[in-house]
Design a protein around this ligand. Sequence first.
Ligand SMILES: [Zn+2]
Length: 314
Amino acid sequence: MKEFFDRVWQNGDIYAGHQQGWYCVSCEEFKEERELLPDKYCPLHPNRQVEWRDEQNYFFRLSKYQSQLEELYRSQPDFIQPETRRNEVLSFVDRGLQDFSVSRVNVDWGIPLPNDPSQTIYVWVDALLNYLTAAVEPDAEPTIANTVWWPFDLHVIGKDILRFHAVFWPALLMSAGLPLPKRVFAHGFLTKDGQKMSKSLGNIIEPFDLVDRYGSDAVRYFFLKEIEFGRDGDFNETRFVNILNADLANDLGNLLNRTMQMANKYCDRLVPNVNPADLSAENILKSKGEQLAKQVAEAYERSPLVKPASSFSP
Ligand SMILES: [Zn+2]
């Protein structure tokens, strides 16, 4: 932490300044006035009003990295995924980056700033640096030279913390002279019956309970089919059961049943030995099969969860 901070400091990227604005304590973030809901509520915490803060802080020169970040997004179009989130970040950066404060006063649990222990490091700088500090072997001295798994191939994060990962974090790393992660993928929010899940409402989806009652394949099937990775999605148990019944029991179950009957009747209950080369190009099953294999392979390559270097052949 200190080493990282020193590098950024030596680079002239931290300065003392004054900050005032609307602050959401739940987000731990200053909000722009135009982002707020009526009556100064946080858009991500609609039951929490933002507070007016006016304090002396240390700032990071994010504005200095405007063109370097733009170049990063241009030269690595898949750095931020999915595309909708990438566009969000591009338009945020396009509006012009403002320096952000990296310290707070009057927080007694934070890590003191190396150059001014009266202030502590802002939680969002602190949190991002965990990616480096956690990448050190347990017994090794916690230095940047001892980080073994950095840079990561992929950060999978919630869409509400995309800005920190796709803008602030790369800029901090550039300032510290460290390599960047290869990709940032922001996933959506999962709601239950159209509502945000919360402990106070008690409307949490219990995945183990679902698997116990319906089986892991059913749970996997529903989420794969119903919620495109990266987008918001909703879980409703009635709908879940209806989809399982319609798709798995009726459609797939019926298909299996009829196939078994025909295998029994026409093929002696054996899988016939067919050479694909003997089938004509017009054979529907053949062309569908070939097309599908290609589609799957391409989709697999595009998946953010597959390392760019890997390959898949049908
Ligand atoms: Zn908030």
